[in-house]
Ligand binder design. Structure first.
Ligand code: NIG
Ligand code: FE
Length: 455
């Protein structure tokens, strides 16, 4: 695909530096994880009060060899570069043309790799079938498992490239990608290997997560102790194999009534922690299942979905938010929308309780077949009452924390990767406003232009 031709080379020039100027606003998101009343603090640099995007005091970003080295007023940044030996002649210039500039978006929850599609379930749900009902009848996740087991590495990689390119066109530069459609060691390893390979290919960074406990596979269904036997298989066979392979950065479990209990999830995740993996979980998606409590107890990077947390779960996450290991509430409003749920996750309760909130697509073939993270921001504003600024923080700095990549991604600060989006919009309030629109003009990844509208 054309976008990939740019990979490995600077598309504009061979200069080691890049200076982005002409922005109407730069949402830097500097200053760390956002929670409570700071959820919507964008650390915004605005050109308007200082004479507009062309003025010497308008904000710019300077990048050097793939990392941000300066953000601030053009005159100050340029003087600082020269004073520190970075000759301005070594910077390619990129004109934001009056658009908004933000960090590259981070999608903190995707099931990127799978085979087959499940459009039939949309119709079944319209006729009244429930999500777990379809799963228990052998459809849902299990039908994707059958198709994925039959798909070879190249087929999965081609699928992954196609959807990563779509994500990139929507401003996403880092993606968390779960396995979980193999449910046997060989296929889980294949999925993790492909995720890793796609990240190496670039330009989108891919962070693989092991989700062996996504469902109980069919070969265990006939056994009276099926779920328990599969949990032991995940702990005793899959996890050691995944750790030996060394691709997964974290471990996830679908902790849900009727799937894996909180106790089973705890055993799997504690075992993963014993190997040094970070943990996260699908928590309280369809019913309160002790998932939020467990995420807080384990110091999980994130607790995801949280459509129906208990009061105790919410309190546990609020308490964790004040400690050394805050768990990010990663909410997935496209999923509740696509499942036609009556209500979205209680995002405002999380924010009011000081729990940091991130947003993800949950890209998958059953419950959220969308690669469009800006659309998820829109749904979050409409269905969960987030402000546009809160939604932007949720797909940048907070999402980076949820994925465990905040040292490098999620904000525009000296030292971080130069992952940057220029939007065809004059202020950040328009990002979720143009519903489903294609607003991305340019994407820069590690200091290189990797996508440009119309090219
Ligand atoms: O996050 N709920 C569990 N896993 C996915 C759905 C996967 C599927 O239906 O294929 C989710 O929504
Ligand atoms: Fe999911």
């Amino acid at each position: 695909m054309s976008l990939r031709l740019i990979e490995g080379g600077r598309s504009q020039s061979d200069a080691p530096g890049l200076l982005i100027h002409g922005a109407s606003q730069i949402a830097t998101l500097a200053g760390g994880l956002r929670r409570g009343s700071a959820q919507g603090d964008l650390a915004l640099l605005d050109a308007e009060p200082v004479g507009g995007p062309g003025s010497p005091a308008a904000p710019v970003i300077a990048c050097w060899e793939g990392r941000v080295i300066g953000v601030g007023p053009r005159d100050g940044v340029e003087a600082g570069l020269e004073a520190n030996g970075y000759s301005l002649s070594r910077f390619a210039r990129l004109d934001a043309d009056g658009g908004v500039v933000t960090p590259g978006l981070v999608d903190p929850h995707t099931h990127l790799l799978f085979a087959g599609t499940r459009e039939g379930e949309l119709v079944l749900r319209q006729q009244g079938a429930g999500y777990l009902e379809i799963l228990q009848a052998g459809g849902g996740i299990l039908s994707t498992v059958a198709a994925t087991r039959a798909a070879d590495e190249e087929t999965l990689a081609a699928h992954g490239r196609r959807w990563l390119d779509e994500m990139l066109r929507h401003g996403v530069t880092t993606v968390e990608a779960k396995s979980g459609y193999g449910l046997d060691l060989a296929t889980e390893l294949r999925l993790l290997e492909v995720a890793h390979r796609l990240g190496r290919e670039g330009p989108v960074e891919v962070v693989p997560t092991f989700l062996g406990a996504h469902a109980v596979p069919p070969e265990y269904h006939a056994r009276p102790d099926g779920t328990e036997a599969y949990v032991r298989h995940v702990i005793e066979e899959q996890l050691p194999g995944v750790v030996a392979q060394g691709r997964a950065r974290s471990c996830d479990v679908f902790c849900e009534r009727g799937v894996f209990t909180a106790d089973q999830s705890r055993r799997i995740l504690r075992s993963a922690m014993g190997y040094g993996l970070a943990v996260r979980l699908h928590a309280d998606e369809l019913a309160p299942s002790g998932g939020a409590e467990l995420a807080a107890e384990l110091g999980a990077l994130s607790a995801d979905h949280l459509h129906t947390p208990s009061d105790e779960g919410l309190a546990a996450l609020a308490e964790a938010a004040g400690g050394d290991h805050p768990t990010v509430a990663t909410l997935l409003p496209a999923t509740t929308w696509f499942l036609m749920a009556d209500e979205a996750a209680p995002a405002r309760r999380f924010i009011d309780a000081g729990v940091p909130v991130a947003l993800g697509t949950d890209f998958n073939p059953g419950t959220s077949p969308t690669p469009n993270l800006p659309l998820v921001m829109t749904i979050a504003c409409l269905e969960m009452g987030l402000s546009p600024a809160e939604a932007l923080a949720a797909v940048t700095i907070n999402a980076a924390h949820a994925v465990g990549v905040a040292r490098d991604a999620g904000s525009l600060e000296p030292g971080k990767l130069a992952d940057i989006v220029i939007w065809r919009a004059p202020h950040v309030g328009q990002l979720p406003y143009w519903v489903g629109a294609d607003l991305v003009d340019v994407v820069v990844k590690r200091g290189r232009v990797v996508y440009r509208r119309g090219c």
